[in-house]
Design a protein around this ligand. Structure first.
Ligand code: PEP
Length: 256
């Protein structure tokens, strides 16, 4: 098994350009000695190019991700940003289908499928977010919901188009609530997701695909989460806004 861990920070709608650059630079300094892990931060759209230029000038390994994209390359779509534009701004990763986009902006699994396609076509690494809400969990529908999100979100792809895809399991009840899934819960769901990828595609893709966990990840719970074999990293919201906290997460205790 040779899946490089990915620790990704989702800054959501926080930080102006100068704040984003300051945090990114601090992070890049702290992370300069880390080589065996992929690191990504996703600032808001207006800061992407600025953060990316700053990190490049520091020869940093910290990658820049976007929090969303639109699936058409250009046109009369006021307020939208395309994969091509992200690529030109120095972006390498893109978060797709975050639960806040599904919940507040009505994104469907079909939209998410188109967005993943646009990302893949522009050589961006898609991070597809999936996860059940609290009431779906209470109703025993977790696996049903995940199946739909995976099957519809990845419909029509060939496995060789998904070699860079990252799946982020983010139970909605754990996002921003302090209620992290237990490491055992996360491992059980990640293992299920891997088996679904095997059924839908093949065992090679299932073995290679990175499945990361998101939902109230903090410096004090990351090591235990990462000790599980099917947890390949984390998507971190609140705790990624502070460079000191985020670096503690990145420097988790690496024992598998
Ligand atoms: C997220 O928004 O993707 C997230 C996981 O947030 P938090 O870490 O704050 O729960």
């Amino acid at each position: 098994m040779s899946r490089t861990p990915l620790i990704a920070g989702n800054w959501k709608m926080f930080k102006t350009g100068s704040e984003a650059v300051a945090t990114a630079r601090r992070l890049a300094e702290f992370a300069s000695d880390i080589t065996n892990i992929d690191i990504m931060i996703a600032p808001p759209f207006p800061s992407l190019a600025l953060v990316s230029e700053n990190l490049k000038s520091m020869s940093s390994r910290v990658n820049v991700g976007a929090q969303n994209l639109f699936y058409i390359n250009e046109g009369a779509y006021t307020g939208e940003v395309s994969a091509k534009m992200l690529k030109a701004a120095g972006v390498s990763h893109v978060i797709i289908g975050h639960s806040e986009r599904r919940q507040y902006f009505g994104e469907t699994n079909e939209d998410i499928c188109r967005k993943i396609k646009a990302a893949v076509e522009s050589d961006l690494i898609p991070i597809m977010c999936i996860g059940e809400t609290e009431s779906q969990k209470k109703d025993g529908k977790t696996f049903y919901v995940l199946d739909k999100q995976i099957q519809n979100g990845l419909q029509g792809f060939r496995s060789n188009e998904l070699l860079t895809l990252v799946i982020a399991y983010e139970p909605v009840w754990a996002i921003g609530t302090g209620n992290t899934a237990t490491p055992e819960q996360a491992e059980a769901v990640h293992s299920y997701i891997r088996s679904e990828i095997e059924k839908m595609f093949n065992s090679n893709l299932a073995e290679d695909i990175r499945i990361i966990y998101g939902g109230s990840v903090k410096p004090d719970n990351i090591s235990e989460l990462m000790s599980h074999k099917n947890v390949d990293g984390a998507l971190v919201g609140g705790a990624s806004l502070d460079a000191d906290k985020f670096i503690k997460i990145i420097k988790y205790n690496r024992i598998k």
